[in-house]
Design a protein. Structure first.
Length: 260
């Protein structure tokens, strides 16, 4: 069990909170005492998550149905969270995202657009909305979910990798622009994490190939990614800005590896 940073008195918005990494982050923020707005496209699972997460902490948990490809709705989600925080939104953890495993040459226009709209443009909308409120208040922590696919080239990741690479650069630019406003913006680059996204995206062959390339020789857990997100979201991480933190069992560090 990890020790949770103290988020008492803080308000946090978590996107993609109905499932996987976002849900694990929401649990951690709740245990740290934050007031939470959980946002997700999937209304039914969102209600379930709000009930679960709300029972864990001392703060309040609210749900907000959100499609991050809708710019106006992203503004509303941030306004809703800020209203809950009496004008302040202290933390945004942006985990909403989708993936597809498709070679570049086989990627259709529609697939490309769907992934870029959700993973990159959605990140821009929600980061811009949160950044405005945080800059005004003079405090904020933004943690974006990128991916090792946004750092290293890999087969089948043309749209997804391009979007996640874009999330890293978006995070860096915003980090630099808001640095004097008390706002930090960092990105996580998880490797293979056992969630529903991976269950959909990784074939048996992909799993074998991945395992061979991971020094830890296993997939990670949502809680292991959440631990890194909670650290970057904490008050104590105020001098860490524009960073990309890999949570990948050593995947990005590895070169040649002898394995049985
Ligand atoms: P997941 O599929 O378990 O959860 C993603 C959540 O995002 C779902 O609840 C889904 O309803 C929501 N969502 C999808 N499209 C949305 C939209 N347009 N608006 C609002 N919500 C939307 O996925 P997981 O694994 O928890 O992924 C979370 C983030 O971490 C994603 O950005 C993903 O790309 C990233 N990531 C995941 C990795 C993994 O191995 N699981 C590795 C690297 C990055």
């Amino acid at each position: 069990m990890i020790a949770f940073p103290d988020f008492a008195g803080q308000t946090a918005l978590v996107t993609g909170a109905a499932s996987g990494i976002g849900r694990a982050v929401a649990r951690g923020l709740a245990r740290g005492g934050a007031d939470l707005v959980l946002a997700d496209l999937d209304g039914a699972r969102l209600s379930e998550a709000v009930a679960e997460v709300g029972a864990l902490g001392t703060g309040q948990a609210r749900g907000f149905e959100l499609d991050v490809t809708d710019s106006a709705r992203c503004d509303e989600a941030v306004a809703h969270a800020a209203a809950a925080g009496r004008g302040r939104l202290d933390i945004l953890v942006h985990s909403a995202g989708i993936g597809v495993e498709r070679s570049c040459l086989d990627t259709t226009d529609a697939e490309w657009k769907r992934i870029i709209d959700t993973d990159l443009t959605g990140s821009f909308y929600i980061n811009r909305a949160a950044g405005r409120v945080m800059a005004e208040a003079g405090y904020g922590r933004i943690v974006n979910l990128s991916s090792t696919a946004g750092v290293a080239g890999g087969t089948g990741r043309a749209a997804y990798g391009a979007a996640k690479g874009g999330v890293i650069m978006l995070s860096r630019v915003l980090a630099v622009e808001l640095a004097t406003a008390g706002v930090t913006v960092n990105a996580l680059a998880p490797g293979a994490i056992e969630t529903e996204l991976v269950a959909r995206m990784h074939s048996d062959t992909t799993r074998k190939v991945y395992r061979r390339s991971i020094p830890a020789d296993r997939y990670g857990t949502p809680e292991e990614v959440a631990a890194a997100a909670l650290f970057l979201a904490s008050r104590e991480a105020g001098y860490i800005n524009g960073h990309v933190l890999a949570v990948d069992g050593g995947f990005l560090a590895a070169g040649v590896m002898h394995k049985d």
